[in-house]
Design a protein around this ligand. Structure first.
Ligand SMILES: NC(=O)c1ccc[n+]([C@@H]2O[C@H](COP(=O)([O-])OP(=O)(O)OC[C@H]3O[C@@H](n4cnc5c(N)ncnc54)[C@H](OP(=O)(O)O)[C@@H]3O)[C@@H](O)[C@H]2O)c1
Length: 168
């Protein structure tokens, strides 16, 4: 047990050091190709969860600036609409859609999935970005641990849209 814990901690430490510190950045930057950033994405449907702020917002805006059709999944209508119009005006891309869905609710996710799949649109890019840091163990009204619901579980469910088979 002790050895296993020590091994896990060491492996995690080494992985973190090599991947997420300056040395990781330098290593990854060797494979970076500037031209990859110039790619155009007209006709591509992209879903970004948690798209009204932070990394999700930047991702949605980056995709929009390359001409993609972006579906922003946000839980709050006002914050979502503000981000949507900001992206439309910053990029000049009108094809930015807002979908209201609280990803901590399986019911909300089911409703979104069934509404989205009924449009029969292909999804080319899916960015499962949503996440929060919650220190306390919170149980959702549906009986899941909040953090497990929000990160791994919603990612699985949303990702299943790809296969149009939602089984929960
Ligand atoms: N920033 C970092 O240094 C860092 C490092 C490692 C990993 N990450 C991961 O990267 C992702 C984005 O991080 P961030 O820093 O950009 O976070 P952020 O600025 O807090 O943005 C999180 C986004 O997720 C949305 N969200 C939260 N709960 C939601 C729910 N139940 N349903 C729908 N949307 C919900 C938020 O919407 P509201 O505005 O409505 O709250 C917000 O738009 C997270 O998964 C995080 O774990 C970030």
């Amino acid at each position: 047990m002790f050895l296993q814990k020590a091994w896990r901690t060491a492996a995690f430490g080494v992985y973190g050091f090599t991947q997420f510190t300056k040395s990781g950045f330098i290593e990854h930057s060797k494979k970076f190709k500037e031209e990859d950033m110039q790619i155009q994405m007209e006709g591509k449907n992209c879903i970004v969860t948690g798209a009204n702020s932070g990394i999700g917002y930047a991702t949605a805006e980056g995709l929009a600036s390359r001409g993609a059709t972006v579906y922003m999944i946000c839980r709050n209508k006002e914050r979502g609409e503000a981000a949507q119009s900001q992206i439309q005006s910053n990029t000049g891309n009108p094809n930015i859609h807002l979908e209201i869905c609280d990803l901590s609710s399986v019911k909300d996710i089911r409703t979104f999935v069934s509404h989205f799949s009924s449009n029969d649109k292909p999804i080319h890019v899916l960015v499962n970005n949503t996440g929060i840091l919650e220190n306390n163990r919170v149980i959702t009204p549906e009986g899941s641990v909040f953090l497990i619901q929000l990160k791994p579980l919603d990612n699985c469910i949303i990702t299943d849209i790809h296969h149009l088979c939602v089984q929960i």
